[in-house]
Design a protein around this ligand. Structure first.
Ligand SMILES: [Zn+2]
Length: 522
């Protein structure tokens, strides 16, 4: 007998419907699975056979063929198990497949018939809704994410026999879980980590606010122990809340990465990813034999924080250049390509020299040659992707002595966030007809259109341009950052002060990497 059930396969960050066809005929007993299957899917035959037997049903010794179509989509993972089991149960004649056209079955089977959670359920259920399915049967472990899809009948299940009985009863409606309304969270979910926890560092804190307002990538240079990491952790707290669409995008990525157990608690938070410098290339940008999102995709709509930037392999950092521009990464494997989104803000931190204390000559013991080699680990092309470079001050005794009493700690992140939201709104309104959202995305043509400077500002910029022998790219970068500063200060035109501040954010690069700078380059 022939029966058909439905499941879904994950490609990139979306799902595609997969038909599971089971055909059972008399003949030499065998169990054959076909349809461009990855190794875990091939092993489904053994899991399904054991699960059906251990649930007390007779696994009939017949000639069984299971086909997963369409054949051009590579099927990976274990999410097809339940669908294969249901198609077989119907083919054996234990249940009717009358309702199968309306139901998607998702789940991995244990040998004893229990159903385990699988990654990517949110994307699968969303696709099921688009394709007109009425119900999705999902593992209990995945129910929290599945109920986020409004208007879909979600049935959570932990045991194969339960779902078989449910299909026999025909009363699916009774078992549908209550759906959760996905609301945008307006409040701050980062109250634990406030900007007021960082003492001193006024320049750095200001630079971070500007960077976040225009979503500029940022590099922090400073000696150890000045709170670079602490600051990075507090950045999501001053970013605008995720919109509903953004929140769905990040939740789908978490789900595909298998973090469905904590999904419900975290859907309102912007991700902060802090990969260690020993990370592999595939770990950072994604890909691999069975393609998976890398850290840059997991940081989508949030922060990618690279501490000790110079310790990363140069070849690894170079891979970031493309994604930083295009905000997506394409992996090609076996004639097919998978695209993952990666619209993140890069925050990088590094020491100015191997010992960390340059230019404090009293403390720094590095030779000029050593410093040059150290700084040379970061290419100019990589620096080009960074709009704001700022030096953190060494913590002085009196600024530590200034530490306020804990009881006096006043949250400031909320106030900063309101200013960032206001600056962002100005940008969104201005670019409503352009294809961009933030100042960091401005191209040369748009800069000419939107970055008007006052006379004093233009003059100053012209002088700097000639004196510093700026490249066109650096020149535009200064204008983009100045635009953000003006927006942050609610000024329509870019004024001299804004230009000066933006130029300041390029000065560390000039000092350290430029031939005419403080570090002597040959
Ligand atoms: Zn040093």
């Amino acid at each position: 007998m022939f029966c058909r059930s439905f499941c879904a396969a994950i490609t990139g960050v979306s799902a595609q419907i997969i038909k599971v066809e089971a055909d059972i005929t008399e003949g030499l007993p065998m169990f054959h699975m076909v349809g461009y299957l990855g190794s875990e899917v091939k092993e489904a035959a053994e899991r399904v056979r054991s699960a059906i037997k251990n649930m007390g049903y007779n696994f009939q010794a017949k000639r069984i063929t299971v086909n997963l179509s369409p054949a051009d989509i590579r099927k990976e993972g274990t999410a097809f198990d339940l669908s294969v089991a249901m198609a077989l149960m119907a083919s054996f004649g234990y249940i009717s497949d009358k309702m199968f056209e309306k139901i998607m079955f998702i789940g991995e089977l244990s040998l004893d018939g229990h159903i385990n959670g699988v990654p990517g359920v949110l994307a699968m259920v969303s696709e099921a809704k688009k394709q007109g399915f009425k119900y999705c049967v999902v593992p209990e472990d995945n129910i929290k994410e599945a109920i986020l899809v409004e208007g879909m009948g979600i049935i959570g299940t932990g045991l194969l026999s339960d779902i078989v009985e449910l299909i026999m009863s025909g009363d699916l409606k009774k078992h549908v879980a209550k759906s959760k309304v996905w609301e945008v969270c307006k409040g701050n979910v980062y109250t634990e980590k406030d900007f007021s926890d960082i003492y001193g560092q006024h320049l750095l804190k200001r630079a971070v606010q500007i960077a976040v307002s225009g979503r500029h990538n940022m590099l922090i240079i400073g000696p150890p122990g000045v709170g670079k990491t602490m600051l990075a952790e507090r950045i999501p707290g001053i970013m605008p809340p995720l919109t509903k669409e953004e929140s769905i995008e990040t939740a789908i990525i978490s789900s595909i990465c298998g973090e469905y157990d904590k999904l419900n608690d975290y859907i309102y938070e912007r991700p902060v990813r802090t990969p260690h410098y020993s990370i592999s290339q595939a770990g950072l940008i994604g890909g691999g034999n069975v393609p998976k999102p890398g850290e840059i995709t997991r940081a989508h709509r949030g922060i990618l924080f690279l501490d000790e930037l110079t310790e990363f392999k140069r070849s690894t950092l170079e891979l970031l250049r493309g994604p930083l521009e295009s905000k997506k990464i394409v992996h090609t494997r076996m004639n097919r390509s998978i695209t993952y989104p990666c619209d993140f803000m890069l925050i990088a931190a590094m020491n100015p020299c191997p010992c960390g204390y340059y230019p404090d000559i009293g403390k720094c013991r590095c030779t000029p040659d050593k410093i040059r080699r150290y700084l040379g680990k970061i290419s100019h092309a990589f620096l080009d992707r960074i709009d704001i470079i700022v030096e953190a001050e060494a913590v002085r005794y009196h600024s530590v002595g200034d530490l306020p009493d804990c009881r006096e700690r006043k949250a400031v992140s909320d106030t900063i966030r309101d200013k960032v939201i206001a600056a962002e709104k100005i940008q969104h309104d201005r670019y409503s007809k352009d294809s961009i959202k933030n100042n960091s995305e401005l191209n040369a043509k748009q800069i000419k259109k939107w970055c008007h400077t006052d006379e004093a500002g233009s003059k100053f910029l012209q002088e700097i341009y000639e004196e510093w022998e700026l490249s066109a790219r650096s020149y535009y970068k200064i204008l983009k950052v100045a635009r953000t500063i003006a927006d942050y200060e609610h000024e329509e035109n870019i004024l001299l002060d804004h230009i000066k501040e933006a130029v300041f954010y390029r000065s560390a690069e000039r000092k350290l990497w430029h031939k005419g700078g403080d570090v002597i380059w040959n």
